[in-house]
Design a protein around this ligand. Structure first.
Ligand SMILES: [Zn+2]
Length: 250
């Protein structure tokens, strides 16, 4: 299966990677949409992590997100992230589209990354829409023992990380660029996504419809295994480096 994936990537002229939470679990970040993460054990989580919930109760949001944000703050890219960075360096990967907000693809060295669910790099005031770099703000947030809602220095409004909450539009410019990459793609390598979250989950179907190829690497079955040319079940942090090592040595 690895050899088949290698062959398809070698023959492709415009390949993209589509990644989800599974690529970051080897970095110690749980899939925050899964029940195992513990983040959803609170029945109100859907409300807390929605845009209207944030506006109503930002303290509830920050209390909920703090353990997850703490894991992200300390996480490092794993061999799966580095494999995709190498693939881009080799000229065999044109873009990474990710559902993750942890920024690890950029940390690993990928340059063409579309973070369609947002990221934690910046925060926006929900009152005056001024943007701020997250780093100093989150540093202070984590230093405080008591959880405090970060506030806009200009107007005092609550600052929301630039992550996409439930009920919120995807970031339009990034999403349009991601769609353009999908339109060009003759191969999509899905890694660590169960392909259940739309509209990103539609991308492999679109690539297939264009006559392109689909490779899925995931530790469990996905809803689109049937349309894939190659399905490899297992640990992304082992399989992606194995694929890229073969491509690099050719
Ligand atoms: Zn403001």
């Amino acid at each position: 299966m690895i050899d088949q994936a290698v062959e398809l990537i070698r023959k492709s002229s415009y390949s993209i990677a589509l990644t989800g939470a599974g690529i970051s679990t080897p970095s110690g970040i749980p899939d925050f949409r899964s029940h195992e993460s513990g983040l959803w054990n609170n029945a109100d989580a859907m409300q807390v992590a929605s845009l209207s919930g944030f506006r109503y109760n930002p303290l509830g949001f920050y209390t909920w997100i703090r353990p997850f944000a703490d894991l992200i703050k300390n996480a490092l890219p794993n061999p799966a992230h580095f494999a995709l960075a190498t693939l881009e360096d080799l000229g065999m990967l044109q873009a990474v589209i990710t559902q993750n907000i942890d920024m690890l693809h950029v940390d690993a060295g990928n340059r063409n990354v579309y973070e369609v669910h947002g990221h934690l790099r910046q925060m926006t005031c929900i009152n005056c829409f001024k943007e701020y770099d997250s780093e100093p703000i989150l540093k202070k947030f984590f230093e405080n023992k008591e959880i405090e809602v970060p506030r806009c220095p200009a107007c005092g409004g609550a600052l929301k990380p630039n992550v996409i909450l439930f009920g919120e539009q995807l970031p339009m410019q990034v999403f349009i660029k991601a769609q353009q990459a999908v339109r060009h793609a003759d191969l999509v390598l899905v890694a660590g996504s169960s392909l259940e979250v739309h509209p990103v989950a539609d991308f492999p179907v679109q690539v297939r419809r264009q006559g392109g190829r689909v490779i899925i690497v995931n530790n469990e079955r996905t809803v689109q295994d049937d349309i894939a040319n190659v399905v490899i079940r297992g640990d992304v942090a082992e399989i992606l480096p194995a694929i890229v090592d073969k491509l690099a040595s050719e």
